[in-house]
Write a protein that binds this ligand. Structure first.
Ligand code: 6PG
Length: 237
């Protein structure tokens, strides 16, 4: 483990070992929170990276009925759609012991994320913030959650003074319209993890943190710039 300003790096040579270790860290934090306040709140990312981590976490010994889980962002598609992050969670995280957790989806079934924003905001405002754990992923373009370069609501989503909530997001590389927690919402957390796999992402992250070239505009930089808690980066090749 290496530590630099506001960042703790956890590098693994094996992605399975990373998934096991990250699931243990997250479960430990959720357990500690349950002792303190009888509820625990977790926000996770979609995409392909977290699958093994989800499988591990779903089997952790925890008082799951007291755990609330939501997503840091959602693709605006029906839950049957293979691109739905809610579907991903139901298939890989909300199983085994974790099937008893309470899942709070961001997708509302409205025709567009703009039409669903009010209801999604209501759901987020009803969560017992702060989060105990937020686990982010990152794309090769330096996006995290749905903070995409070129996103139509990027500035608003990243405004640290904006009240915590959700914003719709449309971007050329997003695939479909999205909804995302605001930066101010996902930074209200006791622990923050960034989970990346592959040398290429490690390189993107290094460039982003240094602010070199295009990377100066990578949205993931905002997380490092504004996070009040250290960002624990979990990476494997
Ligand atoms: C999403 C995510 C997104 C994801 C990155 C990495 O819904 O797409 O929440 O922010 O974490 O795009 O995705 P991969 O893990 O698939 O590379």
């Amino acid at each position: 483990m290496t530590t630099s300003l506001n960042v703790t790096n956890h590098s693994f040579t094996d992605c399975h070992a990373l998934a096991v270790a990250l699931a243990e860290r997250v479960a430990d934090q959720l357990r500690a929170s349950l002792v303190e306040r009888d509820v625990a709140l977790l926000a996770v990312s979609g995409g392909r990276t977290p699958l093994h981590f989800f499988e591990q976490l779903s089997q952790a010994a925890l008082d799951w009925p007291k755990v609330q889980i939501t997503l840091v962002d959602e693709r605006w598609v029906d839950e049957q759609d293979p691109r739905s992050n809610a579907r991903l969670l139901r298939e890989h995280l909300l199983r085994h012991a974790a099937a008893a957790a309470r899942f709070v989806p961001l997708y509302t079934g409205a025709a567009t994320p703009e039409a669903g924003q009010e209801e999604a905001n209501r759901r987020v405002h009803a969560l017992p913030l702060p989060f105990d754990v937020v686990v982010l992923g990152m794309g090769m373009d330096g996006h995290t959650a749905s903070f995409f370069p070129g996103g139509d609501q990027l500035e608003s989503a990243l405004d640290p003074r904006r009240p915590p909530g959700v914003v719709p997001m449309r971007a050329p590389d997003a695939g479909e319209p999205r909804i995302t927690l605001t930066l101010s919402a996902l930074l209200q957390t006791r622990q923050l993890f960034l989970h990346i796999e592959g040398e290429a992402k490690r390189e993107v992250l290094a460039q982003a943190r240094l602010g070199l070239g295009d990377a100066a505009h990578y949205p993931v930089r905002a997380v490092f710039a504004h996070s009040p808690v250290p960002v624990s980066v979990y990476g494997c090749p």
